[in-house]
Structure formats: structure tokens, C-alpha cells
Design a binder for this molecule. Sequence first.
Ligand SMILES: CC(C)(COP(=O)(O)OP(=O)(O)OC[C@H]1O[C@@H](n2cnc3c(N)ncnc32)[C@H](O)[C@@H]1OP(=O)(O)O)[C@@H](O)C(=O)NCCC(=O)NCCS
Length: 177
Amino acid sequence: MQPLVTTTRLTLRDWSTDDAPAALAIYGSSEVAHWLTPVLGRIADVDAMRAVLEQWQQEQPGLTPPQGRWAIERNDDGAVVGGVGIRLLPPDAEDLELSWQLNPDEWGKGYATEAARGLITWAFTQDIDELFAVARPNNARALATVKRLDMQWVGETTKYYGLNLQVYRLRPGDLQG
Ligand SMILES: CC(C)(COP(=O)(O)OP(=O)(O)OC[C@H]1O[C@@H](n2cnc3c(N)ncnc32)[C@H](O)[C@@H]1OP(=O)(O)O)[C@@H](O)C(=O)NCCC(=O)NCCS
């Protein structure tokens, strides 16, 4: 499988159904699912996780880059530690949202920041001029990562998903060397 992006510690690549157990440790964890609901509810078991990964695999070739969903694999041991995605935000399908989720055992190591930096660098080669991130005002970890990425404050809105969300934006000129 050709990786999308490789960084010092991580590789971003397409999901495989073989990733179901590792993905369940992410999307089946209440610590992660709490922040993804109602967009993606907590995944109950490995069979349900495999079905979700199958759906992501089927959708991936039809998405216009830089949209997609990728596994974050650690280079040292090949473990899947998280997932990242870029997709169009509802309801207007104009704004591209960057999102990331890590296995809770892997929080606090800088993996989300490192994976997102790699993904962002690639995404800005794909003829786009801005990316957004949204987070609930009390999602302190997500907001800290957004700030580490030098994303710029836009404001608060309820227009996406009907939730009150803080919105941040990144343009190529905001990237730190
Ligand atoms: C949001 C989420 C991905 C952030 O994970 P994270 O590990 O805190 O994020 P980062 O990669 O930015 O890591 C930063 C932490 O790693 C530490 N760190 C260690 N090595 C580091 C490095 N090389 N580079 C940067 N930070 C490093 C930082 O000091 C910081 O630690 P702290 O949180 O104790 O202050 C994670 O909490 C998560 O999966 N949440 C649930 C899903 C979610 O809310 N996603 C966002 C909306 S889609």
C-alpha cells in the first residue's frame, strides 16, 4: 500500500479491514467517541468497526483530493495509533474540515500534531487555499492541537451539525517552516 504521507514517527495510509481491532481501540473508546457523536457514534465491537472501515474503503476512491480518511501508523512498530480525515462540512459542502482521533493510550505524545502537519502540507499541494477545524468549546485537547498547528481563530457557529463549535482556519501562509 502506497502511503500518503510519511513523517519522522508516523505514516498516513489508507485504512484496511485488518485494522479493525486497532481502529476499535480508537472509535470504540468512549473518550474519543464522546467528541465525535453525533457525527460518528461509539463503535460497539470489532464487526461493527470492520463494517465502518469497509465503508470508508469503498468511499475513498470517489472522494476528490484532499478529501479522505487515513490511518495513522507508527513507523517504529507498525501500530495504528489514530486516524485523520479531511471532508466537506455540512450543510453547504464548501469548507474542508481537518479532523483527527487518537487511541487514548497515545494522547500526549504529539502524534496528532505531527500527523496533521504532514497531512496539511500534502493537502495544500491539492489546489485548495484553506482548511478548517471545528471543536466544541470544552474539547481542550483538540483546541490545544489546533493552536499548536497555528490555525487561526474564526469564531463560533452552530451551522455545522447543529452543535455550538469553535472554528479555526489555516491558509498556506500560516504554515510555520
Ligand atoms: C484531539 C486529540 C487527537 C489530541 O491528542 P493529543 O495527543 O493531545 O494531541 P497532540 O498531538 O497535539 O499532542 C500534544 C501533547 O503531546 C505532547 N508532546 C510530546 N511530544 C510532542 C511532540 N514531539 N510534538 C508536539 N507535542 C508533543 C505535548 O506536550 C502535549 O502534551 P499535553 O497534552 O500533556 O500538553 C485527542 O485528544 C483525541 O483523539 N481526542 C478525541 C477526538 C477529538 O476530539 N478529535 C478532534 C475533533 S475531530
